[in-house]
Design a protein around this ligand. Structure first.
Ligand SMILES: [Fe+2]
Length: 348
């Protein structure tokens, strides 16, 4: 009898252990300032480092296009990562801030690439090596570079979810109209057309069930703004809907989305058919501004769009009776281009 009981106990222990997702990083540090941005062109001047360093973020998120080297051979990207990670400002920032990374098209593969990029297995390995990914990280063990991280203690617990919007993304649909020489994207409504892919969706659902006082979901491409013909979740309307529905289904409070890619910055908010207002805070670019493109008119935008070189910050005031956060966009010389405050109780 005792033997059977013990056997049962061990089986239970082993199955519980195996079914547990690989543990995400836990860090007791309370995050008060988070910095983030995207689109760093290695051959352009990089004046943006100065204000980034002086803003001293506790955590800094790289949202993709961390280098620009489109190639069908991922190996060729190595050198360009080295140009970034050997820079003295990068080394300096790494001393100040815990840094987390995801990719966009130009570091993942080639312009606008997704699941069809043939050298993606190699590209993942090169990316993780370049940013010295911890050897225990689940990112070495599964396809795609999505992962989650936790900071702070109960009451001030920040969850950071880094999505991979490239590795599994179905092909873009395009029509004959061209915008700046590139065919414009149209919604892909094929059954099964996806941004995240099945495994990542399942994982995201499980992550949203975990406890957190604020959740930052990082997506390289924009979620909310649909009013432009470039890359966006809106190119995959079923997956975009699924994103909001999953937040509602999991009753996941206090979700904020960060995005890059656009070569302009803005704060957008979605209030229709969402459990609470979902903010999508975009910062792009560090140093590759498309100043000749006028930002589109977007009814979801709060305030103005910023086309100058910039990075974004989120200051979290955990101590207040009603904790609040400040969204800011900082440009060259430390100039504050944009600021907007919301209370956390508005997003639950
Ligand atoms: Fe970019």
């Amino acid at each position: 009898m005792k033997e059977i009981f013990l056997k049962l106990f061990y089986t239970l222990l082993i199955t519980t252990f195996i079914s547990c997702p690989v543990s995400a990083e836990e860090n007791k540090q309370i995050i008060k300032r988070l910095g983030f941005g995207s689109c760093l062109e290695q051959w352009n001047p990089q004046e943006i480092w100065k204000p980034m360093l002086s803003s001293k973020p506790d955590l800094f998120l790289w949202l993709g296009d961390n280098i620009y080297y489109d190639s069908y051979i991922a190996e060729e990207k190595k050198y360009y990562y080295q140009l970034l990670t050997n820079r003295k400002e990068y080394i300096e920032l790494k001393k100040i801030s815990r840094m987390l990374y995801t990719w966009d098209d130009h570091d993942f593969g080639i312009n606008d690439s997704g699941a069809e990029y043939e050298d993606k297995i190699n590209s993942q390995k090169i990316f993780l090596e370049a940013f010295e990914e911890n050897k225990d990280s689940p990112r070495w063990k599964r396809p795609g570079i999505y992962d989650s991280y936790y900071f702070g203690l109960k009451g001030k617990r920040l969850q950071v979810i880094m999505l991979d919007t490239r590795y599994f993304r179905s092909e873009l649909k395009r029509d004959w109209r061209k915008i700046f020489g590139i065919k414009r994207n149209v919604p892909n409504t094929d059954p099964g057309a996806t941004v995240l892919g099945e495994a990542q969706w399942k994982w995201l659902g499980e992550e949203l069930e975990k406890e957190a006082d604020l959740r930052i979901i990082v997506s390289s491409i924009q979620l909310v703004n649909d009013f432009h013909p470039f890359e966006k979740w809106g190119n995959f309307p079923a997956d975009k809907r699924k994103f909001f529905d999953l937040i509602a289904e999991k009753k996941a409070k206090r979700v904020i989305v960060l995005s890059g890619d656009r070569h302009m910055s803005e704060l957008s908010v979605e209030k229709e058919n969402t459990p609470y207002p979902i903010y999508d805070f975009t910062s792009s670019s560090f140093n590759k501004p498309f100043k000749f493109i006028d930002p589109e008119v977007s009814p979801k935008r709060i305030g103005k769009a910023i086309v100058e070189e910039n990075f974004g910050t989120i200051d979290i005031n955990w101590e207040d009776k009603y904790p609040f956060i400040d969204f800011k966009i900082i440009s060259l010389g430390g100039k504050q281009e944009f600021s907007h405050r919301i209370k956390l109780k508005e997003i639950q």
